[in-house]
Design a protein around this ligand. Sequence first.
Ligand SMILES: Nc1nc2c(ncn2[C@@H]2O[C@H](COP(=O)(O)OP(=O)(O)OP(=O)(O)O)[C@@H](O)[C@H]2O)c(=O)[nH]1
Ligand SMILES: [Mg+2]
Length: 468
Amino acid sequence: MTERDAIHRVLDDGLHRLAALGPDLGAEATSIGEILWSPPRIVVVGRLKAGKSTLVNALIGAPVAETAALEATNVVTVYADGSPSRADVVGIDGRRYRVPVRHDRVAELPLAPPDIAYVDRRLPSAALRAATLIDTPGLSTTTTANDAATRRATVDGFAQTQGASVDADAAVFLFDAEPRADEADFLSSLPFTPLTMLGVLSRADAFGLGALGPRDPLGHAAEHARRLAGRLDTLVSGVIPVSGLMAQTSHTGMLTEAHAAALAQLAPLSRLDVLRTFDDDAFPSVLPVPTRIELLALLGEYGVLNGRTVASHGAAALNTWLAERSGIGELTRLLRTSITRYAVLHRAHRVLDRLDRLAFTHPSRESIRSLTAQLRSAPPLLAVTVLEDYQRMLRTDPRAAVTGELATVLTADTAAERVGLDPGAPAEAVAAQARHRLVAAQHRSLATSSAAEDAALVTLIRTYTQMT
Ligand SMILES: Nc1nc2c(ncn2[C@@H]2O[C@H](COP(=O)(O)OP(=O)(O)OP(=O)(O)O)[C@@H](O)[C@H]2O)c(=O)[nH]1
Ligand SMILES: [Mg+2]
């Protein structure tokens, strides 16, 4: 049985016992169970125009999210697997309104954006069966708190992103330049840890001085992403350079043989002449204006300049080249593996959190409280407590030794790694090291510097006790 199955079994059993506690608790158990049985939810967050909606389209494999240079995304949209393709607008008062979908997109909104909680968009998609994706409005500082009128008219994304993150299990944080201090502060206030937040250096094809500059923007972006990953290590598990535009074009079936044939006509031209074709109206161009505009919109300057040779081998070859260059493969791989692994723990945490809140308000609070306590002490759920402590420690003291120790326990695949040894270490050495860590944790717990550290040490002591 996998770690995930073991966690699911404990919680599912707990929800059945919850349902048996009272006639009204069956519905509660079903509603909490939805968290457990639906795919993990990944929220895409980032600055205005960072390329969030473009990346969402690429990850889904269909052009469902509106992307534009001028129009900003102004509502949260939840993209989940479902059939038939449909969309409901959910108001902040909880009412749902079915809205028409034209050419894959939501055509009009029946409410003003401030009155909309989110758009519930369903479509059949293998990618969405693996994870639900949540697109958010961009974080922007163009509105200021004292300008209430502008604030009402435009959306600054912070409140919406906060709301959409409450019920998400993991986040993709997009930035096309250095994250600002206010953005970093905001992100660390969201309910994620570096285990469940992945950084994306977006618009990698236009990085630095772009396709026309002296350096290859993709290589330059990769180098910069490595530097940023080091600086942002208390926020994200890594930073992946991605061209959402190239990924969107290659993953949503937008590219045709006609596009490839048109681009291939530029293959014999020098770089300079290709640029003239696009920029200089006096230059005799081999391509009509609408074709040039279309190619630029699909491929960007980088794709046009560097994809023109491979285009002579046809649309399939050009598509493969775009997909490889875009960096989307590495992003998808990480989302499927490490991010989803910890998203399972995060989901279990959300289930326990709902039970805690239910115990506050329900007449059977004592029984619910004792049920939750039993669930928390079940061995498969120890990792959930470790995650909760880790989250609190990141906020209290991200550089503390205890924070690092919690991360080691969480990311370990084997008992040996849990105590910081190589996976191949012999059982006696693992037990000895666990005893050593247990004594050290007990010693440290005599003089802690915060309530978060207190709780973390209790959990570490439990972890090491189980291993000795
Ligand atoms: N060159 C290049 N352009 C991109 C890329 N991703 C997005 N764009 C362009 O940037 C503009 C904004 O893209 P969106 O995906 O709408 O950005 P967003 O973050 O969703 O924007 P808001 O929702 O308004 O905050 C569009 O014109 C896209 O075509 C990219 O990887 N490379
Ligand atoms: Mg958008």
